[in-house]
Design a protein around this ligand. Structure first.
Ligand SMILES: [Zn+2]
Length: 150
C-alpha cells in the first residue's frame, strides 16, 4: 500500500459539498452486493484475481449516481469494464463506475453528488447486470467499504 495510512472511517452522513466519496452509487434498496473488494478465487482454476471494486447487482437500467461532486474525466469504453464513467473528486480521489448500459455524462462535465451519471448494465466482462464501483486513491483502487454508508 506504499506506506500510506488507511483513511479514517467516515461517518454515515452525506455532506453535499464534501469532495470525498461517501454515498452508495445506487439507491440503497435497489441492489444487492454480489462481490466484495479483494481477492477471489476463479471458479474452475487455481488463479486468484484481485477484485478492484465492489459489485452491486441490480436490474439493467437502474440509475447510477455520483458518490461525490467532481469532474467527469472519462466516459467511454475500456477493456473488461465495458461502458465506464470515471469521476475525479480531488487530486486524491477518483471513482469509477463500470459495466454501464448507458453513460449519461460526457468527459469534462462537472457533476454534483447524487447526479445521474448512467444506468446499470452488463457491458464488458460481466456475467449479469451489475455496477462495478471503484474508489481510487492517488490512482490506485482501494477498498471502497470505508467510503460507503453503513
Ligand atoms: Zn467488479
Amino acid at each position: 500500500m506504499h506506506g500510506r495510512e488507511a483513511p479514517p472511517i467516515l461517518p454515515a452522513m452525506i455532506v453535499p459539498e464534501s469532495p470525498v466519496p461517501d454515498a452508495w452509487p445506487l439507491q440503497p434498496n435497489a441492489f444487492t452486493i454480489s462481490s466484495q473488494y479483494g481477492s477471489r478465487d476463479r471458479v474452475g482454476g487455481p488463479n486468484t484475481k484481485w477484485h478492484k471494486g465492489i459489485d452491486l447487482s441490480a436490474p439493467k437500467g437502474t440509475p447510477v449516481y455520483a458518490t461525490a461532486p467532481g469532474k467527469v474525466v472519462f466516459s467511454g469504453e475500456q477493456s473488461g469494464y465495458g461502458n465506464i464513467v470515471i469521476l475525479r473528486h480531488t487530486e486524491e480521489y477518483d471513482t469509477a463506475y463500470g459495466h454501464l448500459h448507458q453513460r449519461g455524462v460526457q468527459a469534462g462535465k462537472h457533476v454534483k453528488r447524487g447526479a445521474l451519471i448512467g444506468t446499470v448494465g452488463q457491458t464488458g466482462n460481466a456475467t449479469g447486470p451489475h455496477l462495478h464501483y471503484e474508489v481510487r486513491r492517488y490512482g490506485e483502487a482501494v477498498n471502497p467499504a470505508p467510503y460507503l454508508p453503513r
